[in-house]
Design a binder for this molecule. Structure first.
Ligand code: NZQ
Ligand code: ZN
Length: 386
């Protein structure tokens, strides 16, 4: 296990009607805020009106930045920065899924940055200060509600890149599972895959003395496998939504990776795909993960696969190699049970673009830590998934 400094400062308000806490929390910092949301789901399910009432009744002034798209665009970030500057707004409330929260984080940092906020993502500029952020989560998937990462897309350059800083961690997040009842089957399934992938990316690490982190991860993966079919069939099952909502936050708030090194190569590859195709993040991950698991498997790394097979899928029979392959098959089966496609060609990816995607994935150097992947490795994985 490696050394680490742990800080997870986000206050979590978990449960029904916890939204009522937000005026008091916001007022600790501000009475003039930017209210960021997506393309209308919060108006249809009533959350928007609840928030407007809470803000108005408590005398908090707000300007809206709405229409944030899935795979949030840098143009929205620039708009948000301008709104905060023009209206002297000094707090951001993000209400939505990961896209809305990520956009809010980039705005929060962009306000204090003299140049274009896209610089954060191309490593040309550093995040050194940010406005405080609060969130109301409406989709269980990314973990953005408790972490310091933001992933932003640039339509002009066809890139989708991450940036991160602990100062972007939200000060508070409201996690009311009833707010996820209205999420479509497809987004629910993609969300589960995203949660599962975050756990898996940290589980398959190069360190082998991570017993505690690995057992925590296995518990979270089993939670996803157990509750996924329940939420798909019963969208308003409170307990199932609640379990997955908390799993979303725990999967990527740092708790699983303190003391070890996450891999993250399928995330980098997926971002290069959705930058070009606007694919839903979780769907891209479901396509890639089984092929990545196959590509990086070798004798040196087999022990992690065996643990995965035995402890997540209860595969106890056969040689180490057989168990590992059976676990990869089970992973595939889990994703297809969620109606995820299994080939890149099924989601409109053009075979001729695979080379460019591999180049973009490795534009800052090799990716991955469990096994480092260069441009050719990434290309081979994309090709096998095609
Ligand atoms: O735009 P609205 O109307 O809000 O609709 C959204 C959107 O169409 C809808 N939705 C959200 N909550 C809903 C709802 N529909 C009905 N009822 C609700 N309660 O769902 C659609 C997808 O929303 P989005 O925010 O894009 O989904 P998600 O939370 O999966 O976020 C995906 C983005 O986050 C990035 C991804 O790459 C992608 O850009 N990620 C961010 C991470 C982070 N910050 O830590 C890590 C992840 O690995 C990921 O890369
Ligand atoms: Zn993800």
């Amino acid at each position: 296990m490696t050394d680490f400094d742990c800080s997870i400062p986000t206050k979590v308000f978990f449960g029904k009607n916890k939204i009522e806490k937000i005026p008091k929390e916001i007022k600790k910092y501000s009475s003039r805020i930017l209210f960021v949301y997506g393309q209308g789901s919060i108006k249809r399910n009533g959350i928007y009106q609840k928030i407007v009432n809470l803000l108005t009744d408590s005398g908090i002034e707000y300007k809206e930045l709405s229409g944030i798209k899935p795979n949030p665009r840098i143009v929205s970030v620039r708009q948000g920065v301008a709104l905060c500057r023009v209206h002297s707004l000094d707090f951001i409330l993000a209400v939505g899924g990961g896209s809305v929260i990520d956009c809010a984080k980039a705005v929060a940092a962009g306000v204090y940055y003299e140049n274009d906020p896209w610089d954060f993502f191309t490593k040309k500029g550093d995040i050194y200060k940010a406005l405080p952020i609060g969130t109301v989560l409406t989709l269980s998937a990314t973990g953005s509600e408790m972490n310091g990462f933001a992933v932003i897309s640039n339509e002009q350059t066809k890139e989708k890149l991450p940036a991160g800083s602990d100062i972007l961690r939200p000060l508070f997040s409201v996690l009311d599972p009833t707010y996820t009842f209205s999420v479509s089957k497809e987004q629910t399934a993609a969300g589960v895959v995203d949660i599962y992938s975050h756990i898996l990316e940290q589980y398959f690490s190069k360190e082998d003395d991570t017993y505690l982190q690995d057992r925590l991860s296995e518990g979270l993966m089993k939670t996803c496998i157990h509750y996924a079919p329940i939420v798909i069939n019963e969208p308003d099952n409170y307990q199932a939504r609640a379990q997955l909502m908390w799993a979303s936050s725990l999967a990527l708030n740092g708790i699983l990776s303190y003391g070890k090194t996450g891999d993250w190569s399928t995330h980098y590859i997926e971002h290069s795909i959705s930058a070009v195709t606007d694919l839903t993040h979780g769907i891209g991950l479901a396509l890639l993960i089984p092929y990545w698991l196959e590509y990086v498997m070798d004798d040196k790394r087999l022990v992690k696969y065996v643990n995965y097979a035995e402890n997540v899928f209860n595969i106890k029979e056969g040689s180490a190699d057989k168990k590992a392959r059976a676990a990869i098959d089970k992973t595939r089966e889990f994703f297809s049970s969620l109606s995820m496609p299994s080939r890149l060609r099924e989601v409109g990816v053009n075979e001729n673009d695979l080379g460019a995607m591999a180049d973009k994935t490795t534009r800052f150097g090799p990716v991955g830590a469990f096994l480092e992947l260069d441009t050719n490795d990434v290309y081979q994985i994309l090709k096998s998934a095609y």
